[in-house]
Design a binder for this molecule. Structure first.
Ligand code: PLP
Length: 287
């Protein structure tokens, strides 16, 4: 069965799906997106993701392309047509199509594209090895809380990581604090056993996985602190990991080529991965 995409009201074969050359997302990166995980055919944390989509749109002064209920219906239909069981939905909304001009067009209608992708879970070996991160300067703009499709610094950072044989790049602000990864949030467990992730602000994207994991940690009675942490603190940490909708909780075992602690995934990291996995495997998450 061919993979399908939803483009402005139509389901079309993924390979033939296209948007207009004067779509403002294409010309100005004038749009936002969401990546919503799907596990066992259920959409995980759907409302928090749609809340964030609405917020990003609001901050960019773009209207919702359709009601939330309609977006959910399109998601379900796309999942059904693509037989999506485990993976993610990608939603992108731009200000629409208009003759190229920086100012907002008067008549453009928001454009909506939705795709889905099936993903395999990471292998036991990947989870046992953990992944490496490198550190790069944070060269992004000052509104990283908006999930903008303008991702060039993230793309460049990720490519640098890949070329260094690493999985992710952690971006460092001018004060020496880690902001986040190019498509993940950054976490450490300090030598004092404190679970730390940077506080939500315009310096980071407030990950839905991040927020969920904090809630799950609270339920488990795991103490955490939301605060900035430096590269040096991360290098000297007991444990480190990243979170995102496609990685869930992924142990970080190397920073800039040096092992984190003994170079193996930490105990708390593994516990948190299990806790998060049981949360997503609960098919009732938001079926
Ligand atoms: N930070 C950035 C810059 C991201 O792009 C992402 C996800 O794409 C995240 C963090 C993690 O967010 P979430 O947990 O909602 O996937």
């Amino acid at each position: 069965m061919p993979r399908l995409a939803y483009v402005n009201g139509r389901y079309c074969p993924h390979g033939a799906a296209a948007v207009h050359i004067e779509d403002r997302g294409y010309q100005f990166a004038d749009g936002v997106y969401e990546v919503v995980p799907v596990a066992k055919g259920a959409v995980v944390d759907e409302d928090p993701h749609l809340d964030r989509l609405e917020r990003s749109l609001d901050e960019q002064r773009i209207d919702m392309p359709m009601s939330r209920a309609a977006l959910k219906l399109v998601s379900r239909e796309l999942m059904r047509r693509n037989c999506l069981s485990n993976g993610f939905l990608y939603m992108q909304v731009t200000r629409g199509v208009a003759p190229r001009d920086h100012k907002f067009p008067k008549a453009a209608k928001p454009a909506l594209v939705m795709t889905s992708r099936q993903l395999k879970a990471p292998t036991a070996q990947t989870l046992a090895d953990g992944v490496g991160v490198i550190t790069v300067p944070n060269i992004r703009w000052k509104r990283c809380d908006i999930k903008s499709v303008s991702l060039l610094p993230n793309v460049l950072g990720k490519q640098k990581a890949v070329e260094a044989g690493a999985y992710e790049a952690w971006m460092i602000d001018p004060e020496g604090y880690i902001t986040e990864g190019t498509s993940t949030n950054a976490w450490i467990v300090t030598q004092d056993n404190e679970l730390v992730t940077r506080n939500a602000s315009s310096a980071i994207l407030n990950g839905i996985t991040r927020v969920r994991l904090l809630k799950l940690a609270e339920v488990q009675g795991i103490v955490f602190k939301e605060r900035p942490f430096t590269v040096d603190e991360a290098r000297g940490a007991r444990e480190a990991f990243i979170t995102s909708s496609t990685n869930f909780v992924m142990p970080v075992t190397r920073i800039d080529g040096e092992p984190v602690a003994n170079g193996h995934p930490g105990l708390l990291t593994c516990e948190l991965r299990e806790v998060y996995e049981s949360f997503v495997q609960d098919a009732k998450v938001s079926a």
